[in-house]
Ligand binder design. Structure first.
Ligand SMILES: NC(=O)c1ccc[n+]([C@@H]2O[C@H](COP(=O)([O-])OP(=O)(O)OC[C@H]3O[C@@H](n4cnc5c(N)ncnc54)[C@H](O)[C@@H]3O)[C@@H](O)[C@H]2O)c1
Length: 361
């Protein structure tokens, strides 16, 4: 028997990723109840509701006016996140937003203020630091199995997004691009484990300005890339650790995951996203890598409802959730600082900070 009533949620934005959310959310009806869905393209919402239940909302205003809806899951396109989240928070709804939190600092800050003012929760992707492999990595670092971590290398080389995504233009516009779209995965893990970043140095370029859509109704259409499609950041953490993160939207890469190199050895996670990624350690003097045992039984793949399951439980129990708006804002600030630095040609301070989430183990 369930400890409490499931959190009643509505989905806003029913595109590519909504199916992964819908099917995952349906696995824990004791935690989440889908009340309905809205999309500016009504057929998308109809399709979602046919598969995952609830009703179709004809207008966004109807979603936020519905007293039965407690929380909004914002799966809209990058550039719509801030407006949708701010209206939902203003209406007194809890919000979980897909990444990035917003596309600029002003909007991001406004969301933090609105959540506080209205006494509602603001949660944001990426939630993959909650994965069992990522928690295993966290414990290994915090147990100092490689001693003090000195430097980390993260790779997020995400290939030609427009070849598989039917609606890729927004991924290549200012406010998105590879650092804000996928760099946020390792950045959220790095900051969850190492704490806040204080300085960023960036290098960024548009290397392939003209792209051709490869799938869906717009296949064959060309469009222009208007934000860097390769972004490299070098970060200094308050802890003193340094990290280099490489992101791009082209090429097939065999490099992935995150490496940590410390005083006593090296630690690697094979990917930043998969909850069952391998975690290995090699200390000074070892002849080979050793597998680090998982601290929790791993989910195979990505459990897309994970942040919502956490949020539902923490709202009902009155405890803080681990995916916070503050961390998402700090990650946004890091991404924008890397891009600012790339423009200026010198390192820039990262002004924001946050309190890292507690472990799950
Ligand atoms: N596609 C993926 O693999 C993936 C994975 C993880 C996270 N995400 C994130 O999920 C979000 C959505 O990505 P996607 O791939 O599903 O994009 P998408 O373009 O396929 O879907 C976005 C949907 O939002 C709708 N929309 C746009 N503005 C809206 C508004 N103001 N109100 C209501 N609906 C609106 C669009 O009509 C569309 O159906 C992005 O933030 C992305 O970063 C995507």
């Amino acid at each position: 028997m369930s400890e409490f009533e499931p959190l009643r949620v509505a989905i806003v934005g029913c595109g590519n990723i909504s199916g992964a959310y819908g099917s995952s959310l349906k696995t824990k009806p004791e935690l989440i109840k889908i009340m309905g869905a809205f999309d500016v393209m009504t057929d998308q919402a109809k399709n979602f509701v046919n598969n995952y239940g609830g009703k179709v909302y004809e207008k966004f205003e109807d979603v936020i006016a519905d007293p039965d809806v407690e929380a909004i899951i914002n799966l809209t396109s990058h550039h719509a996140h801030a407006e949708v989240s701010s209206k939902a928070l203003s209406a007194g709804k809890h919000v979980h937003s897909e990444k990035p939190l917003a596309t600029n600092r002003e909007d991001g800050k406004k969301l933090l203020d609105l959540a506080e003012k209205n006494n509602v929760r603001l949660s944001c992707s990426p939630f993959t630091f909650l994965g069992e492999a990522q928690q295993t990595l966290r414990k290994a670092i915090h147990d100092e199995i490689i001693g003090k971590p000195l430097i980390a290398y993260a790779e997020m080389n995400w290939s030609w997004i427009e070849k598989w995504h039917p609606n890729p233009e927004g991924f290549h516009q200012p406010g998105a691009g590879p650092m804000l779209d996928v760099g946020v995965y390792p950045l959220t893990i790095l900051t969850a484990i190492l704490g806040p970043v204080v300085k960023a140095l960036g290098y960024a370029d548009i290397l392939l300005p003209e792209r051709t859509i490869g799938s869906g109704p717009k296949a064959g259409q060309k469009f222009m890339v208007t934000t860097p499609d390769q972004v490299i950041g070098i970060l200094t953490f308050a802890s003193g650790c340094i990290a280099r993160i490489t992101t791009n939207f082209f090429g097939y890469s065999r490099q992935g995951g995150i490496e940590f190199h410390g005083e006593k050895g090296s630690l690697i996670i094979d990917t930043a996203v998969d909850f069952k990624s391998g975690v290995s350690v090699r200390n000074i003097g070892d002849n080979d890598w050793k597998t680090v045992p998982f601290v929790l039984e791993p989910f195979a793949g990505v459990e897309w409802g994970r942040a919502m399951f956490e949020l539902a439980e923490s709202i009902r129990k009155g405890t803080p959730q681990r995916c916070t708006g503050q961390q998402a804002y700090h990650v946004l600030d890091i991404c924008l600082s890397i891009l600012d630095s790339a423009k200026k040609g010198c390192a820039v301070p990262v002004e924001s900070t946050f309190i890292p989430p507690p472990p799950r183990y």
